[in-house]
Design a protein around this ligand. Structure first.
Ligand code: PXP
Length: 263
């Protein structure tokens, strides 16, 4: 068996908490459960708009986590200063747009090469290894190596969307995707192409000495396809795990409340 680490992204626990501006659910409880349940890593994203994870969450998680913490962040100067101060086990640089619902694609490593290289330098000065969240293209992998990243995380969002459209109702599919109109044979060939791109990017990165992770939109239905790519040694998964936990946990939660409200 070859190594595959599971990074559990707990941002969505904070999404639920922020929706009511209370401390419930408690992010540290999510951290504890993840540690107890076999997660290999905790992944969180400190967004510039602080829509879920807050600065205090980062500090608390760093203080209490028995697992390595993978901190996703943009190359914004203020955010990088925080990251350099809290020293996570790894920083994953991701693109960020205020208006997006979630990260929409990989970094523009070609167009923003100098800025990303400078961010990597700053993180390295603070002894923080760096992963770059990139689209699975030969250029993105090559530039990631050139500018000094230790790892790349391949964006699996396109693959996940196509997979969901082809196997309708099997989870993840971005509502705004226009390809919903495409005939099945076209979806099928696009899905194959997206998997081929992921395989080639993983192999290229591995040959260049980069560690390879993958993430975005992975779920209980599509993850087996990604597991076939040997060079990928880490997956970061959030939405599908937290979504599944609602239904694996809802029965128990209702039972507990029923008990508390029975005279
Ligand atoms: N990896 C990166 C770089 C991400 O930005 C995200 C989303 O925060 C994930 C993985 C997890 O994606 P999902 O929530 O779709 O599993």
């Amino acid at each position: 068996m070859s190594r595959m680490n599971l990074g559990v992204n707990i941002d969505h626990v904070a999404v639920l908490r922020e929706a009511r501006e209370v401390n419930d659910p408690d992010i540290l409880e999510a951290l504890y459960v993840a540690c107890q349940s076999g997660a290999d890593q905790i992944t969180i994203h400190l967004r510039e708009d602080r829509r879920h994870i807050q600065d205090s969450d980062v500090t608390n998680i760093m203080m209490h986590s028995k697992l390595p913490v993978n901190l996703e962040c943009s190359i914004n100067k203020d955010i990088l200063n925080i990251v350099c101060k809290v020293k996570p086990h790894r920083a994953t640089l991701v693109p960020e747009k205020r208006e997006e619902v979630t990260t929409e694609g990989g970094l523009d490593v070609e167009g923003s090469k100098e800025q990303i290289a400078y961010a990597i330098e700053q993180l390295h000065d603070s002894i923080i290894p760096v992963s770059l969240f990139i689209d699975p293209t030969p250029t993105a992998v090559q530039i990631s190596k050139e500018i000094g990243a230790e790892m790349v995380e391949l964006h699996t969002g396109t693959f996940a969307n196509l997979f969901a459209m082809l196997h309708s109702n099997l989870g993840y599919s971005n509502h705004s995707i226009k390809e919903l109109q495409l005939p099945r044979y076209e979806l099928s060939s696009r899905l194959e192409k997206s998997l081929e791109e992921l395989k080639n990017a993983a192999s290229q990165a591995n040959k260049l000495g980069l560690e390879v992770a993958a993430g975005h939109g992975l779920n209980y239905h599509n993850v087996h396809e990604i597991m076939k790519i040997e060079e990928i040694v880490e997956l970061n998964i959030g939405q599908s795990i937290i979504a599944r936990s609602v239904f694996t946990g809802l029965k128990e939660a209702i039972k507990e409340m029923k008990k508390a409200t029975t005279r």
